[in-house]
Design a protein around this ligand. Structure first.
Ligand code: LLP
Length: 421
C-alpha cells in the first residue's frame, strides 16, 4: 500500500497534487511519500517484534539524506556499502553504532573511515578483506566487530543480475568453508567475531529461498558455537520483493517474513538484523515525466517523454516493469490504447515499455512511473548531458525539494580543460 492515489481526478502524493509539484520543480522528477516510507519501515519493525532486532535500511535503494533522516528518526539503522554511503548516513545524523558496513570490496581507506567514525559491525566477505580489516584495526589500536557473510548456495529465483546467494556469485564465503574462515578470524587480534551475515538476492517473491538460507544459518550457528565462537548477532540481509505490476501475484508480506525468521532462528537467542531496501523505498516513490510527443510509427504509437533511461535505468537494465499511469485520472470506462513508451536518449534501449496498454494521453500530459522509489534516483546518470533530476519529499500537505536540479552551468563547469588545449 502506498499514498499515491487519485483524488478529485488528480494523482496526489499524500495530500499534495502531483501536478503542483511539477509546476514548482519542472519535469522529470522523483517524489517520495514520508507516510509510505514510514509505513514500510514499521511493517518490518513490527514483524520482528518480540525479537531483539534492528532494521538497517539498505540505503543503496534511495540515499537522499532527507529519506535517511526520516527513517533514522523512526529508529532505523543503515546498511552501507561504500565510504560515500557511510559519510551520507553520518551526515544525515545516523550514529555509527547503527551503521552496518556491507560490500565485497571495502578498501582500507573505507575501513579506516568507519573505524574512526564508529561502526556497528563490518560484514566481511573474504579472507583477504579480513586481513586488511585486521591490519587496519590493529594499526589504529581498535578491535573491529565483524560478522562473516556466508554464501549458502541457495537459488533466490530472481533476475540473474540481482541474485547473490549461489556459489557462482561473487558474494560471501562458501558456507562449506565457514569453520576454517571463522577460525582464521578468531586468531586475528584486530577482529571480534560477533555473528553471521547472509543475503541471497533482491526482489524475491517467494519465501522458500529465505527459509532454506536461514535454516542453513541456524545450523551453522550451532556448529560455530560448538567451535567456541560467540554468535550473538545474525544479519539476514534484505531482498523481500514488492509488487511492480498491479495485476501480478503479490509477494509475501513482511509479517510472513518475520514469522519465518522467528520460526527458523528465533530459538537461538541472537539479535536479528535485517537490511531491506526495496520494500521500504520502492513503492514510496514515483518518477513523474511529461509527454513531449505522440509519434505514430508503423503499426505502433510512441509516447516520447522527457524522462529517459539515464533517469530510471531499471527497464533498460533488468527488463523491469513499472506501472505507468496518467497524472490526470482517466474518465471511467475510457478505452485503453497501446503505446511504446520511450525517452529521448539516442539508443533503442531507452524504452520503458513496449506495447503497453494504458489510457490515452496527449502531448503535455504528465505520467507517473510507480514503484520508482528504490534503485531509481540512485542509479541515474547524466548520460546525453541530461542533468540529474530533482527529488522531492512529501509529508502530508507539505513538500520540499530534497535535491534540486543542477543548472547546466554547474554540470558543464565540472569539466576542466587541460592547459594544452
Ligand atoms: N543487503 C545487501 C548486502 C544487498 O546487496 C542488498 C541489495 C540489500 C541488502 C537490499 O536488498 P533489497 O531489500 O533492496 O532487495 N539495482 C537493482 C537491485 C540491486 C540490489 C543490490 N543489493 C534493482 O534495481 O532491481
Amino acid at each position: 500500500m502506498d499514498h499515491f492515489l487519485y483524488r478529485d481526478g488528480a494523482l496526489h502524493a499524500e495530500d499534495v497534487p502531483v501536478s503542483d509539484i511539477a509546476k514548482a520543480v519542472g519535469t522529470p522528477f522523483y517524489v517520495y511519500s514520508t507516510a509510505t516510507l514510514l509505513r514500510h519501515f514499521h511493517l518490518f519493525d513490527d514483524a520482528l517484534d518480540g525479537l531483539d532486532h534492528l532494521v538497517c535500511y539498505a540505503m543503496k535503494a534511495a540515499s537522499n539524506q532527507a529519506i535517511l533522516k526520516t527513517l533514522a528518526q523512526a529508529g532505523a539503522g543503515m546498511d552501507v556499502v561504500s565510504g560515500g554511503e557511510y559519510r551520507r548516513a553520518k551526515a544525515a545524523g545516523v550514529p555509527g553504532d547503527r551503521i552496518v558496513f556491507s560490500g565485497v570490496g571495502k578498501t582500507a581507506a573505507e575501513i579506516r573511515l568507519a573505524l574512526e567514525g564508529g561502526i556497528r559491525q563490518f560484514n566481511v566477505e573474504s579472507e583477504p578483506e579480513m586481513e586488511v580489516l585486521n591490519a587496519t584495526a590493529v594499526a589504529m589500536g581498535k578491535v573491529a566487530p565483524i560478522t562473516i557473510r556466508v554464501n549458502p548456495d541457495v537459488d533466490a529465483k530472481t533476475h540473474a543480475k540481482i541474485a547473490t546467494g549461489k556459489s557462482e556469485n561473487k558474494f560471501g564465503i562458501p558456507i562449506a568453508r565457514a569453520r576454517e574462515v571463522y577460525a582464521l578470524a578468531a586468531s586475528l587480534p584486530g577482529l571480534e567475531v560477533i555473528g553471521i551475515d547472509v543475503h541471497i538476492g533482491s526482489q524475491l517473491t517467494d519465501l522458500a529461498p529465505f527459509e532454506l538460507a536461514y535454516q542453513k544459518v541456524a545450523e551453522l550457528t550451532g556448529v560455530l558455537r560448538a567451535d567456541g565462537h560467540t554468535i550473538r548477532r545474525l544479519d539476514l540481509g534484505g531482498g523481500l520483493g514488492i509488487p511492480y505490476a498491479r495485476d501480478n501475484q503479490a509477494p509475501p508480506l513482511p509479517v510472513d517474513y518475520g514469522a519465518l525468521v522467528k520460526r527458523t532462528l528465533g530459538h537461538l537467542g541472537c539479535e536479528i538484523e535485517i537490511e531491506p531496501g526495496r520494500l521500504i523505498a520502492g513503492n514510496a516513490g514515483l518518477m513523474v515525466s511529461e509527454v513531449i510527443y505522440l509519434k505514430s510509427g508503423e503499426g505502433r504509437d510512441f509516447l516520447i517523454i522527457d524522462g529517459a533511461m539515464n533517469d530510471l535505468i531499471r527497464p533498460a537494465m533488468y527488463e523491469a516493469y513499472h506501472d505507468i499511469i496518467p497524472v490526470t485520472e482517466p474518465a471511467p470506462g475510457v478505452e485503453q490504447v497501446k503505446y511504446d513508451i520511450v525517452g529521448p536518449v539516442c539508443e533503442s534501449g531507452d524504452t520503458f515499455a513496449k506495447q503497453r496498454m494504458m489510457p490515452p494521453v496527449a502531448a503535455g500530459a504528465l505520467v507517473a512511473f510507480r514503484s520508482a522509489g528504490a534503485y531509481g534516483a540512485v542509479m541515474s546518470s547524466e548520460y546525453n548531458s541530461r542533468p540529474l533530476i530533482p527529488e522531492v519529499l512529501v509529508n502530508k500537505d507539505q513538500f520540499a525539494v530534497i535535491r534540486r536540479r543542477p543548472t547546466f552551468d554547474e554540470m558543464i563547469n565540472r569539466d576542466t580543460i587541460p592547459e594544452w588545449l
